[in-house]
Design a protein around this ligand. Structure first.
Ligand code: V07
Length: 250
């Protein structure tokens, strides 16, 4: 889906994270606090996706991956699932012109085929219309699960072994990378979760192995560009270590 290879970054680009991933939690709680139906929280959460996307694009972030719908979310009440499945169309109906104007490229990870046809159509149209854009890559994780993604990768490799096309000894981290839905996307340097939960909840399990984790009590609809800026500046200050190897020593 993404047509370019992973690239090592030059020193001048090291400052800013290239890829930020966000678990947008707390939409239901936001609605509850305001004595409104849960779906109202999802709607406000969707509005905030616009603000954060605009900001990430302005900052020059290359990849923003948003956990919009997990494989576990199907167990929510049917009416809530139906509402959530309308949000991509709503979002794009009002925001696609601005995404195009801002040179944003829309992408997805997750099991797309299991989504309702109207959702797929809306998202596919946005992916097609922005496929030649070269600015921010806005990636929606839709019906995504990190374990499912890994299982699928392992199955493919097991089949290759069975057919005699792959020696188990040749299975490397790079090969696993290549079998994931994120194969053309660099690993996120930052992973943010809102709403005071301290879990990964099946999001980008393999890819977040070395990510700097950021947690905030702020509910997603109230998460501001200022708070994102604070996290980014904190990220820039943190010493990033890869198993004892300093970034400068790589
Ligand atoms: C959803 C709003 C954000 C908070 C988390 C849950 C609810 C934007 C999208 C979207 C998805 C694909 C796309 C364009 C927009 C979205 C769902 C839920 C299922 F191409 N927000 N949002 N999709 N929420």
């Amino acid at each position: 889906m993404f047509g370019w290879k992973k690239q090592k970054r030059t020193d001048s680009e090291k400052e800013l994270p290239e890829h930020i991933a966000i678990i947008m939690d707390g939409n239901g709680r936001y609605a509850k606090q305001k004595n409104k139906p849960r779906v109202n929280g999802h709607y406000e959460g969707m509005q905030n996706v616009k603000r954060i996307t605009r900001h990430a694009s302005d900052l020059g972030i290359k990849y923003l991956t948003l956990y919009a719908f997990s494989t576990e979310n199907w167990s929510r009440p049917k009416s809530e699932v139906n509402y959530l499945m309308k949000l991509p169309g709503d979002f794009l109906g009002t925001f696609l012109p601005e995404l195009i104007e801002k040179n944003v490229r829309v992408g997805t990870i997750g099991n797309f085929d299991a989504l309702p046809i109207h959702t797929r159509k809306a998202v596919q149209q946005a992916v097609d219309k922005t496929s030649r854009n070269t600015g921010l890559n806005l990636i929606f994780a839709l019906n995504y699960g990190g374990r499912d993604e890994l299982i699928q990768a392992f199955r493919t490799m097991a089949h290759d072994v069975e057919n005699g096309d792959l020696d188990p000894e040749d299975i490397t981290a790079e090969m696993v990378d290549h079998h994931l839905m994120t194969c053309t996307i660099p690993d996120p340097e930052m992973l943010i979760r809102t709403s005071g939960e301290y879990r990964l909840s099946n999001f980008l399990l393999w890819q977040s192995s070395y990510s700097e984790l950021f947690f905030t009590e702020t509910l997603w609809p109230e998460f501001t560009t200022e708070e994102l800026d604070q996290m980014i500046s904190q990220y820039r200050k943190r010493e990033r270590r890869f198993g004892g190897l300093n970034k400068e020593e790589e």
